[in-house]
Design a protein around this ligand. Structure first.
Ligand SMILES: NC(=O)c1ccc[n+]([C@@H]2O[C@H](COP(=O)([O-])OP(=O)(O)OC[C@H]3O[C@@H](n4cnc5c(N)ncnc54)[C@H](O)[C@@H]3O)[C@@H](O)[C@H]2O)c1
Length: 436
């Protein structure tokens, strides 16, 4: 089977590599020439555990190809995926210009029957829009082809993307033709050998499932963050409350962790997009809008805690551990670390930061306004406070003794609640966490 993927970013690249791992011939297409050149040299363009080796192996075996040419990429494809970005507009709505451009290019270059699958996260109605753009291009050049557009939203998590793609909880496909259903079933069959988790539904439901899932996950985080903030006020411990809640099977124990807010390329924009879709239809989604507001506030909690501990921040040296929006990725889109850095620089604090993978991306934004440390202890040198923002494994058991020797102050702000208060306080530090 031969497929093409338009957009070789996080989702496009991981999908392409994983499909090729299952013996499918994959063409990954991107407008970014430098990205394609790096991938052709066998270099990965994102940090994702396991991706490097899988990419090189499949490219060497001749199943994985990279190109900037849509015409070349889709020449023999049975399925063409659209996996381009769908960023937020200022009003929270979705910028569909990359998706419509991809549709336009498909319409201009396709010369055979094909299934087009929108893998980008798109509002209800977008697959229909894609179909109409392609149809218009075909009719302009007098071509008569069968084009089926299906919705196939992607649920992979950054940091565990390969595992999620290779053994997904479910694959959702919105179809309205038997032919498209057969093609998509054949494409995903290799991923369904252990158990069949391929779900067919109508196109609108598939498009909405993705937003509803992300909004539910984001809601759990904002909910727990509000409970944690209340814990701080009443002297309760969010870790205990979480355990007490999570044992109820109806609630479940996953995704109940309080912290300094969610970030990344999906939750923030998808929550806003859902609210915006509702608003455009004259409806207000009260819960969804509150989820976003609570998260915005939560990203400010770290700096509030620093002020509580240190007072005036001007001239204070603050060490930040972790910059990516979560561990095992170099993605810093909407990361809480950026809100913290902005606020600290605004307050004229000195900021030193360390992250195992995301330093380069952050340096592009902040340049030399931040000291980029070579490791976690280098960042903590002469610091008045250390702030844990992203819970990379290597930050889990720091040497408090060493920190005492190298730090100027004695404050630890734990933005992810990973340290034990007693242990930290016994070493003579002031410990601030989220709700405990
Ligand atoms: N990142 C995730 O964890 C994740 C998970 C699930 C779903 N999604 C969704 O998947 C979509 C893609 O997200 P991403 O994180 O991979 O984005 P990304 O920004 O990493 O990648 C998008 C890529 O598309 C390319 N592109 C844009 N227009 C193009 C065109 N006309 N032709 C060819 N290439 C083009 C860009 O150069 C870029 O490389 C979004 O809708 C996102 O919401 C993302």
């Amino acid at each position: 089977m031969n497929i093409a993927i338009i957009g070789t970013g996080y989702v496009g690249l991981v999908s392409g590599v994983c499909f090729s791992e299952m013996g499918i011939d994959v063409w990954c297409i991107d407008v970014d020439r430098s990205k394609i050149e790096r991938l052709e040299r066998g270099e990965t363009t994102i940090y994702e555990p396991g991706l490097d080796e899988m990419l090189r192996r499949n490219a060497e075996d001749g199943r994985l190809h990279f190109t900037t040419s849509i015409a070349e990429g889709i020449a023999n494809a049975e399925v063409v995926f659209i996996a381009v970005g769908t960023p937020s507009q200022c009003n929270g709505g979705v910028d569909l210009s990359y998706v419509t451009e991809a549709a336009l290019q498909i319409g201009r270059h396709i010369d055979h029957d094909v299934v087009v699958a929108t893998k980008s996260t798109v509002p209800v109605g977008t697959s229909r829009l894609v179909a109409s753009i392609i149809e218009e291009q075909l009719s302009q050049r007098g071509a008569k082809l069968d084009i089926d557009v299906v919705a196939n939203p992607e649920f992979l998590k950054e940091g565990a993307a390969i595992k999620d793609f290779m053994s997904p909880d479910r694959v959702v496909v919105g179809v309205d033709s038997e032919r498209a259903k057969r093609v998509m079933a054949r494409l995903y069959k290799p991923f369904m050998f252990i158990s069949d988790r391929l779900m067919f539904m109508d196109v609108a439901s598939a498009e909405l499932t993705k937003y509803a899932s992300n909004a539910m996950l984001a809601a759990r985080i904002s909910f727990m963050n509000e409970i944690a903030n209340l814990c701080d006020k009443v002297g309760a411990n969010i870790d205990m409350v979480r355990k007490g809640m999570g044992t109820d099977e109806r609630i479940g124990s996953k995704f109940l962790y309080a912290g300094c807010g969610y970030g990344g390329s999906c939750f923030p924009k998808d929550v806003r997009a859902l609210a915006s879709t509702a608003r455009s239809l004259g409806m207000t989604m009260e819960i969804i809008e509150a989820v976003d507001r609570v998260n915005g506030r939560q990203k400010g909690v770290i700096v509030d805690k620093l002020r509580e501990a240190l007072g005036e921040l001007r001239g204070k040296r603050i060490a930040l551990w972790g910059l990516s929006f979560k561990p095992e990725t170099d993605d810093i889109r909407e990361a809480p670390s950026r809100v913290v850095i902005d606020a600290l620089l605004e307050s004229e604090a000195d900021v030193a930061a360390f992250d195992p993978e995301a330093m380069e991306a952050c340096r592009e934004i902040y340049g030399e306004r931040v000291v980029w440390a070579k490791d976690m202890y280098d960042a903590a040198m002469e610091a008045d406070a250390v702030v844990l923002i992203t819970e990379w494994k290597q930050f889990r058991v720091p040497s408090w003794r060493l920190l005492k020797r190298i730090m100027r102050g004695r404050t630890i702000v734990d933005g992810r609640n990973i340290y034990d208060r007693t242990e930290v306080e016994e070493q003579g530090f002031t410990y601030k966490a989220i709700g405990k």
